[in-house]
Ligand binder design. Structure first.
Ligand code: ADP
Ligand code: MG
Length: 233
């Protein structure tokens, strides 16, 4: 397995006025291609901060982040934006769909930013919606879909560019238990088909579905363990 993510000595300090807060205090992690990793920890422990760094939405204050062999600290904003668009798929707790657009139009957006012609965009968006079980809802708007279905549209949007990494921050946080189960099954399938997934959660039940758990507490990784799920596969 080749290494997809390598963080070395990563620190993140937030500054507002004269106040400083060190949200990450020295993180070292290696994640291989094809791994399914859950990052778990209490509220305020630094999970979203870590996700923002992994997603190139923010840069470390100190330390190195190498993604697919590329040291991201040497990249300018345009190069980081290209990585976010092409190599990383994001899923958030709030689905972040555009309410006036149909499902397929939401899903094709990353391809539009990448400059693909419209017929190909539509074809790929519909294929991605098929993959998440929404092939019969492509012309529905978010308001016409359940929460679980909206989150599946968001997953289709995250996958449509065939990213190297799927990053999900509390993806089941706004879902009922049944939709949560469906979403976790979808992540299982994506993992089985070779996707690399980093999922952030504060729910132990969700974390046990991943093969590896990283526990973060007060800005530090305190536990890095293979779960029984991981040991089985
Ligand atoms: P989690 O996602 O685990 O709940 P976060 O990564 O969002 O935690 O936040 C970690 C810590 O950093 C918290 O104490 C939070 O208040 C602080 N923090 C997060 N974002 C900012 C910011 N933009 N400015 C200042 N402090 C922040
Ligand atoms: Mg958070």
């Amino acid at each position: 397995m080749s290494t997809l993510i390598e963080l070395t000595g990563v620190r993140k300090t937030y500054r507002s006025g004269s106040l400083e807060f060190e949200a990450l205090r020295g993180i070292d992690i290696r994640i291989d291609e094809g791994e399914y990793v859950a990052v778990i920890g209490p509220s305020g422990s630094g999970k979203s901060t870590l996700m923002n760094l992994l997603g190139c939405l923010d840069l470390p204050t100190e330390g190195r982040y190498v993604l697919e062999g590329e040291d991201t600290s040497s990249l300018d904003e345009a190069a980081l934006a290209a990585i976010r668009n092409r190599r990383i798929g994001f899923v958030f707790q709030q689905f972040h769909l555009l309410p006036s657009m149909t499902a397929w139009r939401n899903v094709e957006l990353p391809l539009a930013y990448a400059g693909l012609p419209r017929p190909e965009r539509r074809e790929r968006a519909i294929a991605a919606l098929d993959k998440v079980g929404l092939g019969d809802r492509v012309d529905h708007r978010p308001g016409e879909l359940s929460g679980g279905q909206q989150q599946r549209v968001a997953v289709a949007r995250a996958l449509v560019t065939e990213p190297a990494l799927l990053l999900a921050d509390e993806p089941t946080g706004n879902l009922d238990s049944r939709s949560t189960g469906d979403m976790l099954e979808l992540f299982d399938e994506l993992h089985a088909s070779g996707r690399t997934i980093v999922l952030i959660t504060h729910e132990p039940d969700v974390a046990t579905r991943a093969g590896r758990n990283l526990v973060i507490d007060d800005g530090l990784i305190t536990i890095d363990r293979t779960t029984t799920t991981g040991a089985r596969t």
